[in-house]
Design a protein around this ligand. Structure first.
Ligand SMILES: [Zn+2]
Length: 333
């Protein structure tokens, strides 16, 4: 039984070493160009239908690793349209089916001889020949901005994400039997908006990753979804500066508090604490509140540093002015 050899690489205009993405790109471009609905006039339409059929057939073979490998084994010595007799060792691949229901559905005798009708992707993802092995979906990376308080205490955050999934109407090909897939508009994927409740574990730090299992890209042929990786960014805090696992904040005191010392209340990430300003504190003095910082990776907590800032009062009363004047006189004696 002699059939005509089809050079699928030539049909798609790609090299024999073309990568999957190049094959897909070439296919999409040609399928758009030769789509029968885009051509008018009997002769032109017939030509387009023939081309469109060839393009689809070539893509069926070259986009499927098993089919492509089998096809490549035929070697390069055949030319498009040559009479070709399948070698006797083709085993069960040599099955002859009459082509589809006529119309545009049929593939060439060559194709049917090589792969049987079961090799057709359009027969559904579970049919033999088509690569139907389950594949896990891709992991998706994104970011989540949290407040310092959320990073410390943990919390829950609603997150709205836009990703895309393979169009189920066309199995991600963008093309259905007779034209562009109307569901995805020929792009092969449809946007998917997801609302997620994200649990922020206590003690996350800048750059740490929150992993959400099975919230990533859609799996293929029954494969599990990938994971979603959220990289934590901590938004700037109005009071605290983050330095690794340590925190720092200013504590503003009056000159007399700095001179003779005082007890004050200072804010920390887990509430106010009473702090003693030692007598003779000058501007820039750092006071360490041990273990009042952020959680450390290996356990324990960093420290909180209070930095003294002396504020010079601008609104002195008459009495205060006199007291300062007295102080000045005393210092001169
Ligand atoms: Zn589609």
């Amino acid at each position: 039984m002699a059939v005509q050899y089809q050079d699928y690489y030539e049909v798609l205009g790609v090299g024999r070493d073309a990568e999957a993405k190049d094959i897909k790109a070439a296919y999409r471009k040609l399928a758009r160009k030769w789509h029968p609905d885009l051509h008018t006039g009997k002769k032109k339409k017939d030509e387009a239908e023939e081309k469109f059929k060839q393009i689809n057939e070539a893509y069926e073979v070259l986009s499927n690793p098993e089919n492509r490998e089998k096809y490549d084994r035929l070697g390069k010595n055949w030319r498009n349209g040559d009479n070709f007799t399948p070698p006797p060792d083709w085993g069960e691949g040599v099955r002859y089916y009459s082509a589809g229901d006529g119309d545009m559905g049929g593939f060439s005798d060559f194709f049917e001889t090589l792969f049987g009708t079961g090799g057709r992707r359009t027969a559904g993802p579970d049919m033999g020949g088509y690569n139907s092995r389950p594949m896990r979906g891709q992991d998706i990376e994104s970011e989540i901005e949290v407040t310092l308080e959320e990073a410390y205490h943990g919390g829950t955050r609603s997150l709205s994400l836009t990703s895309s999934k393979a169009c189920s109407a066309c199995q991600g090909r963008g093309i259905v039997d007779r034209g562009f897939c109307s569901r995805c508009g020929g792009t092969g994927s449809i946007p998917e908006r997801k609302n997620l409740e994200v649990k922020i574990p206590p003690g996350v730090s800048e750059g740490s990753i929150i992993r959400l299992k099975n919230q990533g890209g859609e799996g293929y042929a029954g494969g599990t979804r990938g994971d979603l990786h959220l990289k934590v960014r901590i938004s700037p805090h109005p009071i605290f500066t983050v330095k690794g696992s340590d925190l720092e904040s200013e504590v503003v005191v009056m000159p007399e508090q700095a001179v003779i010392g005082d007890k004050i209340s200072a804010a920390t990430i887990d509430g106010n604490v009473n702090v003693t300003i030692p007598p003779g504190s000058h501007s820039g003095r750092k006071m360490r509140l041990k273990g009042k910082g952020m959680p450390k990776k290996g356990g324990g907590r960093g420290d909180h540093y209070l930095v003294v800032k002396i504020d010079i009062p601008q609104d002195l009363t008459e009495e205060e002015k006199q007291l300062y004047a007295s102080l000045k006189d005393l210092r001169r004696k």
